[in-house]
Design a protein around this ligand. Structure first.
Ligand code: ADP
Ligand code: ADP
Length: 228
């Protein structure tokens, strides 16, 4: 697990306009932070800066107090969960979940990989589907496989980029409570991008509101959405 500190982070693309403009947030170990705001406000850019897919123009990013501005994504031990799941169609559920462990070659034995994958699959109620291919799963099950890949790495934090936006309303509600339960069970630091207000209200310990790259407000869902 990890604390994540965003310290006056700025991102300017080639046009020079700051997509992320002087954003500072202290994310505590185990905290669930939601990033909300209209399309184009800089949510994805901020998330990609944290995970290391986007260079930081200025400011500092610290994980557990260590400055990681220049660290490669693989050296940050964070797990990104994308909205399109990014599953490999030709691999089984087992192999999809095992994939990040196999990339980290030589570190784990086959027995250790099997142990981690089956434990993650049990947590996600995927044990009966380990031999299936992604095409034979429901949207919600695919989402869980994507999360299994994050769990199995024992990452310091999960970063979610609108993970539920491709699901229908019923499934979205179901997955919302699954994510919430899992985050509390694992107690893993999470940063979650959405433009769904229900997700912002129900999932987060705190909600950060961005507008044109600027942090407008950061508060608990209750403070933010319940008028006094
Ligand atoms: P979202 O609505 O989920 O934020 P977008 O459609 O805005 O997604 O962006 C999709 C992809 O296009 C992202 O990888 C983003 O970096 C890239 N992108 C967005 N805006 C621009 C732009 N003005 N110039 C170049 N690439 C862009
Ligand atoms: P959000 O995720 O909130 O929709 P983004 O982080 O995708 O916002 O985009 C923030 C701003 O940065 C937008 O104005 C977008 O057009 C711009 N942008 C995003 N990616 C790129 C890119 N690769 N190149 C240039 N501009 C980009």
């Amino acid at each position: 697990m990890a604390s994540i500190t965003l310290d006056h982070l700025v991102k300017k693309y080639d046009d020079g306009f700051p997509a992320v403009n002087d954003v500072s947030i202290d994310i505590a170990d185990g905290e669930f932070i939601i990033l909300v705001g209209p399309s184009g406000c800089g949510k994805s850019t901020l998330l990609r800066m944290i995970v290391g897919l986007e260079d930081i123009t200025s400011g500092n990013l610290l994980i557990n107090g260590r400055r990681v501005n220049e660290a490669a994504p693989r050296d940050r031990n964070l797990a990104m969960v994308f909205q399109n799941y990014a599953l490999y169609p030709h691999l089984t559920v087992f192999e999809n979940i095992a994939f990040p462990l196999r990339l980290a070659k030589g570190k784990l034995t086959e027995a250790e990989i099997r142990e981690r994958v089956t434990t993650a699959a049990a947590t996600l109620e995927l044990s009966e589907h380990l031999d299936r291919k992604p095409a034979n799963l429901s949207g919600g099950q695919r989402q869980r496989v994507a999360m299994g890949r994050a769990i199995v790495r024992q990452a310091d934090a999960f970063l979610f980029d609108e993970p539920l936006s491709n699901l229908d309303a019923k499934l979205r509600g179901q997955m919302r409570s699954e994510i919430s339960q899992m985050q509390r069970r694992l107690g893993v630091t999470s940063v979650y991008v959405t433009h769904d207000q229900t997700e912002a209200m129900t999932l987060g310990d705190r909600v950060a509101v961005l507008k044109k790259g600027v942090l407008q407000q950061i508060a608990s869902p209750r403070e933010l959405y319940e008028q006094p």
